[in-house]
Design a protein around this ligand. Structure first.
Ligand SMILES: [Zn+2]
Length: 205
């Protein structure tokens, strides 16, 4: 019996050590991550954003939504894509593949949209793009890193440029999401996605 109790105690100690190790590791930013800083630090609390999201989710949908615009031809992507790392300035040449043509556009769209987000300390994480910073990366991944009040950090990957657009629209207090060719949609329909993206915790609705 004593031996069993001893084993149980050892297991509990090991388990809590493991948990502590994981918690502290999660606070450290991943090493191979390049960031595109935008605006000066803004002290926002995730709880305040969650309350705003819950209000949005319960709000009446906007009365007028414009339909999508006409389709237009997308230009063919170039054969190669030169990535200049914002962290180490090294240039990595990516040959065009099925998967990399869209991410090249996504990277440009994400960088562009990131600059339109107001009132949030948010960075775009460009992981796996730089051959020097991420020599073992299999594919480039875009993500976000949000710094909240009280040194809370929320990271999420992968994300797409449309996610950043949703954040920009929400932070600007809009009630519509501009879906481009798909037309406008009520932003409240994206409240759950926004809660995930912003790391506010689940919203009521
Ligand atoms: Zn680099």
């Amino acid at each position: 019996m004593e031996i069993l109790l001893g084993i149980a105690a050892a297991v509990i100690v090991l388990f809590s050590l493991g948990m502590a190790g994981r918690a502290s590791a999660a606070e450290k930013p991943p090493v191979a991550m390049t960031q595109l800083a935008t605006q000066p630090p803004v002290q926002v609390a995730p709880d305040a954003l969650r309350e705003r999201l819950e209000k949005l989710a319960e709000s009446a949908p906007p009365r007028k939504l414009s339909p999508g615009a006409m389709c237009y031809d997308m230009a063919m992507p170039p054969d190669r894509f030169d990535y200049v790392c914002p962290a180490c300035q090294t240039k990595t040449v990516h040959a065009r593949t099925q998967t990399q043509a869209p991410i090249q556009w996504e990277l440009a769209a994400c960088r562009r949209t990131l600059k339109t987000i107001k009132g949030l300390n948010i960075e775009l994480t460009e992981t796996g793009f730089c051959a020097k910073c991420d020599p073992d990366a299999k594919a480039p991944v875009l993500g976000i890193r949000i710094r909240y009040a009280g040194n809370k950090i929320h990271t999420m990957a992968p994300i797409a440029s449309v996610d950043l657009q949703l954040i920009a629209e929400f932070m600007a207090g809009k009630d519509k999401h501009d879906g481009g060719q798909a037309g406008e949609k009520p932003l409240r329909d994206y409240a759950k996605r926004l809660a995930e993206l912003l790391g506010t915790g689940p919203i009521k609705k």
